[in-house]
Design a protein around this ligand. Structure first.
Ligand SMILES: [Fe+2]
Length: 209
């Protein structure tokens, strides 16, 4: 399964406002003064990892996330996708002491697949898509973007796609990318769990059958 809808209450307008007021200006002006980004650099600007201090600005969202994932078991990030872009096909990595390692990176450390992201659409999330692929080639790990990339796209086949019209769990362990043919940035709030549970969706279906 590559995605599953999961509804919660959250302060959409306030979360968008926070991005526009506090995140977007700092990304452009302070963190990345050079604006000649390639697609991956652009897409990984996003934001720093956001913790409890960030979520405490949005009490409805904070309470729902605590109920869903458990206290101190989640963090967030604004993800921005470049207009008129198709990112590289990749698999997300998670760091930490997790149980599984479908892919290994380098000799000296092992990274682990991140299984799921809970993605909340914020700005311009229609007419663009998360796409999943079957791939033939081996991936290369890029530290800079903390992901495994599949560079031989000619041997890949589109197997699934999702327009993020509401919050969804999206599979980040199957090769995927964002295809944004629109003229606007696509802004998503991505929530990940600290425990990176592979069985997260089974657990949630027991809570909300
Ligand atoms: Fe990803």
């Amino acid at each position: 399964m590559n995605y599953q809808q999961f509804s919660i209450d959250y302060e959409l307008d306030k979360i968008c406002e926070y991005y526009l007021d506090k995140i977007q200006p700092s990304i452009w002006k302070n963190k990345f003064p050079n604006k000649n980004f390639n697609i991956e650099e652009f897409n990984h600007r996003g934001s720093e990892t956001l913790g409890n201090r960030f979520f405490s600005n949005f009490p409805i969202l904070f309470s729902e996330l605590k109920k869903t994932f458990g206290e101190n078991n989640f963090f967030g990030r604004y993800f921005v996708t470049k207009p008129q872009s198709k990112g590289f096909i990749h698999v997300d990595a998670a760091t930490g002491n997790y149980l599984s390692n479908e892919f290994t990176a380098g000799k000296d450390f092992v990274c682990h697949t991140r299984y799921w992201s809970y993605n909340i659409p914020l700005i311009n999330c229609t007419n663009n898509y998360q796409e999943w692929f079957s791939v033939q080639c081996d991936p290369s790990f890029l530290n800079e973007f903390n992901s495994w990339y599949f560079f031989e796209e000619k041997n890949s086949n589109l197997i699934d796609s999702l327009e993020l019209k509401s919050p969804f769990f999206v599979n980040t362990a199957v090769p995927h990318r964002i295809n944004n043919p629109t003229n606007e940035e696509r802004i998503v709030l991505a929530i990940r769990t600290v425990d990176n549970s592979k069985n997260l969706l089974d657990r949630l279906s027991n809570i909300n059958p």
